[in-house]
Design a protein around this ligand. Structure first.
Ligand SMILES: *Cc1c(COP(=O)(O)O)cnc(C)c1O
Length: 409
């Protein structure tokens, strides 16, 4: 039996909803997108959500809204998908990388030392769906010493008066930190609905707005929507109202709005997300951990603690004491047995785009250690108990190889 890594859950219900959106005569941003925004806002308990065509667009729009530009710095973890840092580069700013902790998330103790008078934002990433330490991060940016370093250049920066906390929650919709859902834990939070993510719309993303007073959330919502549509003051739906043709373009904006076809997938997925998808994913995590935690050769990930609950996005198993090359050989053997696994992620300093900008993996020892011994196991809705067992037996069949490797090391 071939076991893919992470196929989306596409069933008749989704196909029916998409068909209905297609037949409705409204296929771009319209009523379904607006409804999806409201449903997400209700689910994560924030006043407003803006849907877009990707999570990357959400991160970039948020940075642009805050006026991040050339000469600025944005703190990101070294261990993340490239999107987190790429959007900083798009804005002309410099990603300042910080190493991570054993739970794969940004090392909060190292953030303070990375802050300079150029720092405009921090982008914590909830890797694998496990929330970062938001109270600690919010405490750092509100610390009077850090606030006095902050140099505000735009009206938004003057209003906030401190470093913006922009969460990259591409993995973590539905996860909880101190009984609160991601989306509501810091100033702005971005979800991704890419095909491999927990909640998919094929491609898509959303920005959750939870900025403190005196920010007017409805006003920021309008600003972000306008930015996502070329700076045009009226969207296509508003313009269809008879006589309502006149519009203005207030800035040269971007084009990254979500379509109603995509929103129709998201509406079905969100409806059954908490009670069905998350339950299923947690069962898969529990199945893996109950077996692998019994063996000395394996390290299982942390996905629940007193204050945190994962969204069970990626199951990052680690093998103790092996090298990167040995991990690659193990993945080859797993692939030969028909099981799709992956590595999340190659740390940014190892990628050509960032190596050539002068980042060195030697400066991020924890990121390298996590990466070099990591194998992500399949987690998805349609993974049956029988398939879970095949994955487990495939991994256990590698014990001899692992022991040979360890003897050599
Ligand atoms: C997937 C992902 C993104 C980008 O999301 P897209 O919707 O594909 O643009 C950003 N950050 C992380 C950590 C991701 O895994």
């Amino acid at each position: 039996m071939l076991i893919p890594f992470s196929p989306p859950r596409i069933d008749d219900k989704i196909i029916a909803e998409v068909s209905e959106a297609l037949r409705s005569g409204w296929i771009t941003t319209g009523p379904r997108t607006k409804k999806f925004e409201q449903k997400i806002a209700q689910y994560v308990n924030v006043p407003r959500v803006v849907c877009l065509n990707s999570g990357s667009a959400g991160l970039e729009l948020a940075l642009r809204w805050y006026g991040v530009q050339e000469g600025d710095e944005v703190i990101v973890p070294a261990y993340t998908y490239c999107a987190t840092a790429n959007v900083v580069v798009h804005c002309g700013a410099k990603p300042v990388m910080v190493d991570v902790r054993e739970d794969f998330n940004i090392d909060v103790d190292q953030i303070k030392a990375a802050i300079t008078d150029k720092t405009k934002a921090i982008i914590p990433v909830d890797i694998a769906g496990y929330p970062c330490d938001y109270d600690e991060i919010n405490r750092i940016v509100n610390d009077p010493e850090m606030k006095s370093k902050f140099q505000a250049h735009t009206p938004e920066q003057k209003k906030l008066g401190r470093i913006l906390v922009l969460s990259d929650a591409a993995h973590s919709i539905g996860a909880e930190y101190k009984q609160k859902k991601t989306g509501s834990l810091c100033d702005l939070t971005v979800f991704s609905f890419h095909a491999v993510k927990n909640l998919t719309t094929a491609e898509g993303g959303a920005i959750c707005i939870a900025l403190p007073e005196p920010f007017d959330t409805d006003e920021i919502y309008s600003e972000l929507v306008t930015k996502s549509l070329h700076g045009q003051t009226k969207d296509a739906l508003a313009k269809t109202k008879p006589g309502n043709w006149r519009y203005d373009v207030v800035e040269p904006g971007y084009k990254c709005n979500m379509t109603d076809i995509l929103a129709s997938i998201g509406l079905v997925e969100l409806e059954r997300y908490e009670q069905d998808m998350l339950v299923k994913r947690k069962e898969i995590f529990d199945s893996y951990s109950s077996v692998f935690s019994q063996y000395d050769l394996f390290e299982v990930p942390e996905y629940e603690s007193e204050n945190k609950k994962s969204s069970y996005h990626v199951y990052p198993l680690r093998i103790k004491g092996i090298t990167e090359e040995q991990r690659d050989l193990l993945i080859q053997k797993i692939a030969e047995q028909g099981v799709g696994v992956n590595v999340h992620f190659i740390p940014l300093p190892m990628l050509t785009a960032y190596k050539s900008r002068g980042y060195r993996i030697e400066d991020f020892p924890v990121s390298y250690d996590l990466y070099s011994r990591e194998i992500s196991l399949p987690v998805y809705y349609d993974l049956t108990p029988e398939m879970i067992n095949i994955v487990i037996q495939t991994i256990l069949s590698l014990q001899g190889d692992i022991k040979d490797f360890l003897n050599k090391n």
